[in-house]
Write a protein that binds this ligand. Structure first.
Ligand SMILES: C[S@@+](CC[C@H](N)C(=O)[O-])C[C@H]1O[C@@H](n2cnc3c(N)ncnc32)[C@H](O)[C@@H]1O
Length: 256
C-alpha cells in the first residue's frame, strides 16, 4: 500500500532525532521538509532523496508531491520540526491522503518545549507546586477558542507553555496576571532550544517583556510561565521515599 511517513525530527540539535526517524530519512526517495526549522545536518542524512522546502509551497502543492510520489511507491517523508502532532498541521495532510488509498505513519520527535525544559535544567511538574502542564498559544491570525483565553487557563496557576507567541509576550503577561498569577511569577523564554545559537532569558511576569525585547527575540521561542521554574519550596517525590511501597519495592521504614 502506498504510504507517507510524517516524521518529527526534533527541536534542532541533529543528535536529538530518533534512530527510527534517521533510518527513514536515509532511505527516503522524496522529502518535503518544514523550511528553516530543519537543520542542514538532518537534511544531509538523505542519501538519495529529492528535497522540497514546504515553506515555499502552498498546501495543494504539498499534497500533490506527497500523493504523486506515494502512488509511484516511492518512500515519501514529510519532515516536521519537533513533534509532528504539535502545531504541525498533519491531520489535513493525512485526511487528504487517506481517500486516495495512501496510508500515513507518524514518527514522533522531541518537541521544542521539552528541549526548552532541558535547556533550563528544570522539571515541569513538581509535587507541592503543580502537577499540570498547559500547552497553548496566544491568539493572532489563528483564532483560539474563547474558553481557552489565556486569563482563563491562567486560573489554574499550572505550568504554562506557549508556542508561536513570543512576539505577543506583552499580551500573554497581561492576561496571565489577570488570570491570577502573581506579578513576580517566574518566566523563562528559550529561543532556538538546542541549536548552537540558543538563548535563554529568565525573569518574572514583571520584567520578561523588556528582557525579551532587549534581546530582539520575535520568533522561534518557547515561553514557560510558572513557579516550577524557581519554586520557593516543593516536596520530594513519593516514589523514592523510604516510607513508600510500590509494585517493585517495599517501604524500608514503616510510618508510625
Ligand atoms: C509551527 S510550531 C511547530 C512546533 C513543533 N512541531 C514542535 O513540536 O516543536 C513552531 C513553533 O515551535 C516553537 N519552536 C520550534 N522549534 C523551536 C526551538 N528549537 N526552540 C524554541 N521554540 C521552538 C516556536 O514557538 C515556534 O514558533
Amino acid at each position: 500500500m502506498p504510504k507517507v511517513y510524517f516524521v518529527g525530527c526534533g527541536p534542532g540539535d541533529p543528535d536529538l532525532i530518533t534512530i527510527k526517524a534517521k533510518k527513514i530519512i536515509q532511505k527516503a526517495d522524496v522529502v518535503v521538509y518544514s523550511g528553516s526549522l530543519i537543520p542542514t545536518q538532518i537534511l544531509n542524512f538523505c542519501k538519495k532523496a529529492k528535497l522540497h522546502d514546504a515553506s515555499k509551497l502552498v498546501r495543494e502543492e504539498i499534497f500533490e508531491i506527497l500523493k504523486q510520489n506515494a502512488k509511484k511507491n516511492k518512500i515519501v517523508v514529510r519532515l516536521h520540526d519537533g513533534d509532528p502532532s504539535i502545531y504541525g498541521a498533519i491531520k489535513e495532510q493525512i485526511d487528504n491522503l487517506q481517500p486516495e488509498g495512501i496510508e500515513s505513519e507518524v514518527v514522533p520527535g522531541v518537541t521544542s518545549f521539552l528541549a526548552s525544559a532541558a535547556a533550563l535544567g528544570m522539571q515541569l511538574t513538581l509535587p507541592g507546586v503543580t502537577q499540570t502542564i498547559i500547552i497553548t498559544r496566544a491568539e493572532s491570525r489563528t483564532k483560539v477558542p474563547k474558553e481557552e483565553k489565556i486569563s482563563e487557563l491562567a486560573k489554574h496557576k499550572a505550568t504554562m507553555i506557549f508556542y508561536l507567541s513570543v512576539h505577543l509576550i506583552p499580551k500573554i503577561v497581561k492576561q496571565a496576571i489577570e488570570g491570577g498569577y502573581a506579578t513576580l511569577t517566574p518566566v523563562a523564554v528559550v529561543y532556538r532550544a538546542s541549536w548552537n545559537d540558543q538563548k535563554i532569558i529568565t525573569g518574572t511576569l514583571t520584567d520578561i517583556t523588556k528582557k525579551v525585547r532587549d534581546e530582539k527575540i520575535t520568533r522561534t521561542a518557547i515561553i514557560i510561565i510558572g513557579d516550577v521554574i524557581q519554586p520557593k519550596s516543593y516536596e520530594y517525590s513519593k516514589l523514592y521515599d523510604k516510607t513508600f511501597s510500590h509494585g517493585f519495592r517495599k517501604a524500608k521504614i514503616k510510618l508510625q
